[in-house]
Design a protein around this ligand. Structure first.
Ligand code: SAM
Length: 291
């Protein structure tokens, strides 16, 4: 919960599940529990400073509309709003892909590598449980966890499949209206605070092979997503800090699929990863749009 390799703490982020409640109701609830509400954060510096705080305080995130921020030591696992599915314990970075994909209400969406399903439940909230969210995962256990999570979160528009996304046939009639796809595939996890040190300690050779295999899979997964006949937008996201899993994947995809281009999402976001693409394009959380 909130620890990081450089000794700094990350805040406790809580996404308000709009399928079950509203931001106003949750803020009122926490105020009644004795928390002080500091309003919406005005700058990234305010958020960074807040991560050093403790006690019963909270604020609203600067970038993600339904995200509340609490001091790192806050634990909501036993909170009645959490157990009732009104709150989802989801980090800020994990909220960005579905927010940026932004399918309209009633859209047909695919979550290609979905378990344990936090982003699937967020996508269902964005489409307001209308339309369809097709969610795939290879891992049976993770998919079972996901089923429980989605039930608790009040998601009803999902169709789950224990299936390799690469074997999903884009020509099947039920996928003909899929317009938005999220590809959040297996990755090295090197960008997760608790993993950063582990990876640097790994033997170089093993890591190189592992990254090559991951990167090859990631390219295949995004490439497959672009084959769906009605697809307009695809978001590709990882928890990795390796160029091989991020910029290199996107570069390769753009070369293979000239009918797609990058979109400049979240223009106010100050950091854009490595300087691999033209200024107007997106490196962090890239979103491909059909030309
Ligand atoms: N999007 C998820 C979330 O926000 O909760 C996290 C996804 S995790 C980074 C990657 C997932 O991809 C794992 O659950 C893994 O089992 C799944 N996966 C790996 N290869 C796959 C494949 N070929 N088809 C479908 N899922 C796959």
């Amino acid at each position: 919960m909130g620890g990081s390799s450089d000794g700094h703490s990350l805040p406790r982020y809580v996404r308000v599940n709009t399928l079950k409640t509203s931001m106003d109701d949750v803020i009122t609830y926490f105020k009644r529990q004795g928390y002080t509400y500091l309003g919406k954060a005005r700058s990234i510096k305010e958020l960074v400073d807040f991560a050093q705080k403790s006690g019963k305080l909270f604020l609203q995130d600067l970038h993600i509309p339904n995200l509340l921020v609490f001091p790192p030591s806050t634990d909501f696992h036993k909170d009645s709003l959490y157990t009732a599915g009104h709150l989802i314990l989801q980090d800020k970075a994990s909220c960005l892909p579905a927010l940026l994909l932004d399918p309209p209400v009633g859209a047909c969406v695919i979550d290609a590598c979905a378990a344990p399903g936090n982003k699937t439940s967020q996508l269902a909230a964005v489409v307001q449980n209308k339309g369809k969210v097709f969610a795939f995962d290879l891992d049976t256990k993770r998919l079972a966890t996901m089923s429980t999570l989605l039930l608790r979160a009040g998601v009803t528009c999902q169709e789950l499949a224990n299936q390799d996304f690469l074997t999903v046939n884009p020509c099947e009639p039920k996928y003909q209206k899929v317009s938005h796809i999220l590809v959040d595939p297996s990755c090295s996890g090197s960008g997760m605070p608790d993993r950063m040190r582990v990876l640097t300690d790994e033997a170089g050779c093993d890591q190189k092979e592992r990254l090559q295999a991951l990167s090859a899979f990631q390219k295949r997964a995004v490439s497959h997503a672009l084959k769906f006949p009605a697809v307009e937008y695809v978001v590709y996201s990882t928890c990795s800090i390796h160029q091989q899993e991020n910029e290199d994947v996107v570069k390769d995809i753009l070369e293979q699929h000239p009918d797609f281009r990058l979109v400049n999402v979240l223009p106010s976001w100050p950091v854009r990863g490595l300087n691999t693409f033209p200024v107007q394009s997106v490196v962090f959380g890239p979103l491909c749009q059909k030309r």
